[in-house]
Design a protein around this ligand. Structure first.
Ligand code: GLP
Length: 264
């Protein structure tokens, strides 16, 4: 795992946007794995403005979102499809048919999950997967005790996640307790993973993910098995880490190496 600790949440978003822009510059037909939640919002805004300034294009890209609420249609304002349309897809040059979000209203959601896996495989696999981090260590909607080898499937949400995400729903509004989510095995198949976490409320999960044992109790700890994962934290999310000085040292070495190589 590459651990990058930056001063603020804005810096985290800028770092993330730069990774996406680099990915699309090097491979315009990239297959991107995308996430919802509050964390990626600033990154998406930066990608929208980079696309408007023609610094990046999604015209040849394909995207697969991590998850969707079971029972919410794509035009439901709380659905993740709707979120993606509002915050990214409607504002960039991506072709609508190249954006995939699990179908929350599929007649047969079990088959829809298998088909989602097949679509990802048919697209050649995910080049770059963006992740947020649940306060309980979940990634996508893979809650604690999820199989570390799981594939796209239906998952029941924990009360902690339902409570955390209640802020997106209005009082009295129906909030699903089930979701369709890529599995941990699906996420681990991505060529590169970029996980962003900001704020003190993520500090415990960040510690368990980076320094804790590999355990289904913290689904994000499965990323310890992934050969190309970058975790980008703001100072607040890094407060519980024990080896923080070591991570900063490694990053300084990385930067120096990049500088040396680019000046040769
Ligand atoms: C949700 C999503 C996750 C997201 C997590 C953290 O449960 N399914 O993909 O990473 O919440 O969200 P936030 O970024 O809002 O803290």
């Amino acid at each position: 795992m590459r651990i990058v600790i930056l001063p603020s949440a804005d810096d985290v978003a800028e770092y993330g946007a730069a990774v996406f822009i680099r990915q699309l510059t090097n491979k315009p037909q990239s297959v991107l794995g995308l996430a919802t939640g509050s964390t990626p919002l600033a990154l998406y805004q930066l990608l929208v403005s980079a696309c408007r300034r023609q610094h990046v294009s999604f015209a040849r890209a394909r995207t697969f979102n991590l998850d969707e609420y079971l029972g919410l249609a794509g035009d439901h304002p709380r659905s993740y499809r709707y979120f993606m349309q509002q915050h990214l897809f409607n504002a960039i040059d991506i072709l609508p048919q190249n954006t995939a979000v699990p179908d929350g209203t599929a007649n047969d959601p079990v088959t829809a999950c298998l088909q989602y896996e097949q679509q990802i495989a048919d697209a050649g696999g995910i080049d770059l997967q963006l992740l947020g981090l649940g306060r309980n260590g979940h990634i996508g909607f893979n809650e604690p005790a999820s199989s570390l080898g799981s594939r796209t499937r239906i998952k029941a949400l924990t009360q902690a996640t339902i409570t955390d995400n209640a802020r997106f729903f209005q009082a009295g509004e129906y909030q699903p307790h089930l979701a369709l989510t890529m599995g941990i095995g699906t996420i681990l198949d991505a060529h590169k993973v970029l996980l962003l976490a900001t704020g003190t409320h993520k500090a415990r999960a960040a510690k368990a993910m980076i320094e804790g044992p590999l355990s289904a109790a913290c689904p994000a700890s499965a990323l310890q098995l992934h050969p190309q994962t970058t975790v980008v934290l703001d100072e607040a999310a890094a407060t519980e880490l024990t080896d923080v000085e070591f991570y900063r040292h490694i990053e300084r070495e990385n930067q120096a190496l990049v500088k040396r190589l680019s000046s040769q």
